[in-house]
Design a protein around this ligand. Sequence first.
Ligand code: DUT
Ligand code: MG
Length: 596
Amino acid sequence: MQKKKFPRTKLQWIWDNIAGLRVVFILAIVGTLFYNLLQLTVPFFSQMIVDRFLTGDNAAVHFQENKGEFFTLIAAMIGFTLLRALIVYIDCMAYEHVSQRALFRIRNYLFEKIERQDMHFYNEYRTGDLMTRLTGDLDAIRHNIAWVIRMIIECFALFTVVSIYFFSMNVKMALCIVAMAPVIFLIVFTFRKKVAPMHALLREKHAQMNTAAQENISGNRVVKAFSREDYEIEKFDQSNHDYAETNKKTRLVWVKFFPFVETCANLLPVILLWVGGTLLMKDEMTMGEYVAFSGLMWAIANPMRLLGNILNEFQRFSAAADKVMEIYYSEPSIVDAPDAIDHPDRFKGKVEFRHVSFQYEDSGLPVLEDISFTAAPGETIAIMGETGCGKTSLIQLIPRFYEPTKGQVLVDDMDVSKLKLQQLRTSIGMATQDVLLYSDTIDGNIAYGDLNISKENVLKVSRYAAADEFISKMPDGYNTIVGERGVGLSGGQKQRISLARALAIRPSILILDDTTSAVDMETEKQIQKSLSELDFPCTKIIIAQRISTTKTADHILILQHGKITEQGTHNELIRKGGYYADLVALQTGKEEMVHG
Ligand code: DUT
Ligand code: MG
């Protein structure tokens, strides 16, 4: 996939997201610098002790005469060590605090972003991938704030401070040691180039594995139905194996570089012994200085060794940040127009399509072509046609889930693209083709679109949807909890709850997509009757396959391959003798009569 450009760099983005915590963060950085400076105290005092009290001609006399000074130096050493430990503790807490708050903030923001995306986004991204962004990727970002940034600062601070100290003590010795730095940088730089793509790949494998797990868990009924457990287990195993392999390969990249870095780090004491020894013999360096060099050698060697690890983690962060920022900066393409009409009043419910054509962004085939029809307020329009002819696509243009590629969709004579999305959508009650019920009570599911709905109204819409009877018979009635997908309910029962949910918002426009397909004829008749007797005005657009559902409609549209091929009332279409008439014949068993 093409790498996306973001308005901010990754570090700027982190900076943006620690607004309000920046002072704490900067103080933490200052703390890191400070406690690394304190690292110098132990070797500094050791040097003094060695030079004054342990070496030299009159060391023993000096010690006898200045015992007080000796113990003061020891006490200072202990004091500074304790102070350093305290600062390290507070500092770690500060980084942790900032990183946790930033994580919290980004996660909320990201969830809101995902929630407000349009349909196109959900066609593009897989759930498992989005979940990875919200969990593993975000954790890599938190780790970057809490650990990686701190370590980078620590390494550089330590290296710089110790180098300066070394130079102040002995330039020749310092030069020989610091000369190792460019070599290390070269190694690490080459490593970075090799390891960066590995982390991007690793992150992708992680997302793939999560997607496999998520799809299997939510689609487990299909797996069971086809007895494909073994197959899926093997497939997941493969995914897991892929991930583990990539993980191993990523580690191996460092393993290749590690011996070089380790050799450089291990050479340092050798250099000290060799060069330092020579300088000592030539009296160009004191024993105390030698001890200080030796005592601080780790401060040069450790950053060298750590750099690979830090870089590894930074690349992990970088790969994760790419993914998170992609969502962070994504904008839904369907949003309120800047000059959107404010329409707080109830819509009358007129729906009009004017020469509408439509095609999905990711497919080259036109789905709808030149669709024109009008539904007057309160009318019932039925849409029929073979599977895949574009019925669902057509109705999705009304709440503006997608935009037509040509033509206009109007509600109450206003182009839907000029209406406020929230006002438009809350006026449309929709029961979609595949019913999704939340893990909540039946009551909660019905009240989803209007949390202030009264108990009586829940009962009323359930009666309209012919759902009251079966709900009342359930052990906990309206308080029965239904599962993620309404497990425990029949297809027809779920459809009726979904219809009740659509009616509960008292919509101006009711859209039913195959909503009574799983309901028996008798119940369907009952629903039809109550839909014609609703106590609020409502235009109904009903997709159905059964003639019994559509024959009372004011207007029937026949959709074939994305075009309206017939339209009219039941009787008009029968007289016409086309697709609809054939359908009537087929469904009422009078085929021979029509063709005979
Ligand atoms: N299509 C896409 N992308 C989508 C959804 C559908 O390319 O996200 C295609 C598939 C099909 C056409 O659009 O060829 C129309 O699909 P639609 O779902 O509108 O068909 P339908 O009339 O509602 O079919 P069914 O009766 O099976 O629900
Ligand atoms: Mg459909």
